[in-house]
Structures are given as C-alpha cells and as structure tokens.
Design a protein around this ligand. Structure first.
Ligand code: 5GP
Length: 201
C-alpha cells in the first residue's frame, strides 16, 4: 500500500532568500514536485511561463476562482496568486511529494484542507537584516522597502502556527535544516508503517 504524497508548505516574507533556498533543496530532491502557482503578476526578467508561474490575466484568474479551480488563493501586495486544485490532487494520488511556495493566507487555507500538511516558515535573522537584503537587491526604492518590511513584520506573526521555523542567516545552513525536515517527515512512524503495508505493529 503506498502513501499519498506529502505536502510541504513553505512561507517567508519577501527578501528572506526563500527562492534561493528552495532551488538548492529541490536540486537535492529531484523527486519532489514544485507546485507552479497561477498569478496575475507580470513576469520578472528571466521568469518563464509554466516554469516559475502560470502567468494569467486578472479576468482568467477570476474565472478560475468562480469555477473553484483553486485549492487556495490570495492577494499578495496587489497581485493574486493561487494553487490549482487539480495539480495537488494529481500529486497526492500519484504518491508524489510536493512543495508549495505560498504566503501565510494561502497556507492557512491549505491547513484547513490537508491536516497532514507540513508547514515551514522561513524567517530573516532580523528585520534590520531583511531591510539590508532588500536594499542590496537594488530592485525597490526606499518607500517600497519600508512597505515590504512592515508587511514582513505582519507576516512573521503568522509563524506561530507553523510546524517548523528556519532562520535563514546562512543559506547553506538553512538548506541543511530544510532537507532535514523533509527527511524526518518521511520517517514518521505512521507513514513508514503505512508505506510498507503495516498500519499497526
Ligand atoms: P512573488 O511575486 O515575489 O513571486 O511572490 C509573492 C508572494 O506570493 C510570496 O510570498 C509567495 O510565496 C506568494 N505566492 C506565490 N504563489 C502563491 C500561491 O499560489 N498562493 C499564495 N497564497 N501565495 C503565493
């Protein structure tokens, strides 16, 4: 008897280095599927449709909302983002593990539907460190940085209901921590016993 695929939900305020961290860890677990979200945000340079996101119009997003095509969706900093119901169902039924990179509003919706989901929050070492990272990235002006830091402070309060918190001070260490969480979750007693066809010993 095989297990249903696991759902790892990873959230972090922007500028926390989550994308770099996830890329590293995904390279280590090629069998884990990365959930490609739908968004109304325009692509950034280097982003590809169907790889980083499915980039769609606000009208198409609204149609998908009305059809109930999303497992969760949320508005983040003026754009809408959603996770397709079909892709989650497919991975689950195929026993394929999945990583969802979504914000805390989406994560709480997933928690309501998939009790066995694993919720991981990535924190910056401090708000000051976050501010410095956003400055160094050179993408946003001072006003936007202030706004992002204020939003990050709110977002960090949500960490209280996540299962794990990783403080991303050094990406190598944070990647080791995320890998360890993934491996440990795969070794949970109930999952291993079910996986080998022994629900009870
Ligand atoms: P960005 O525009 O920088 O790629 O992402 C902005 C925020 O949206 C990030 O916090 C990211 O985790 C979140 N996000 C990306 N996809 C989804 C999604 O499908 N649902 C929700 N709720 N948030 C998402």
């Amino acid at each position: 008897m095989s297990n249903q695929g696991l759902i790892y939900v990873v959230s972090a305020p922007s500028g926390t280095g989550k994308t770099t961290l996830l890329k590293r860890v995904m390279g280590y677990f090629p069998e884990i599927r990365f959930s490609i979200s739908y968004t109304t945000r325009p692509p950034r340079p280097g982003e590809r449709d169907g790889k980083d996101y499915h980039f769609i119009s606000p009208q198409r997003f609204q149609q998908m909302v009305e059809k109930g095509a999303f497992t969760e969706w949320a508005e983040v900093l003026g754009n809408r983002y959603g996770t397709s119901m079909d892709s989650i169902r497919e991975s689950r039924s195929q026993g394929v593990d999945m990583i969802l990179d979504i914000d805390s509003q989406g994560a709480i919706q997933i928690k309501g539907q998939f009790k066995a989901g694993i919720f991981i929050f990535i924190m910056p070492p401090s708000l000051e460190a976050l501010k410095q990272r956003l400055k160094a990235r050179g993408v946003d002006g001072q006003k936007v940085i202030q706004f992002r830091v204020a939003h990050a402070r709110d977002e960090m309060k949500q960490a209280k209901w996540y299962d794990y918190i990783i403080v991303n001070e050094r990406v190598e260490e944070a990647a080791e921590q995320l890998k360890s969480i993934i491996i440990a979750e795969r070794c949970r007693r109930s999952r291993v016993l079910k996986g080998i066809g022994l629900r009870k010993l």
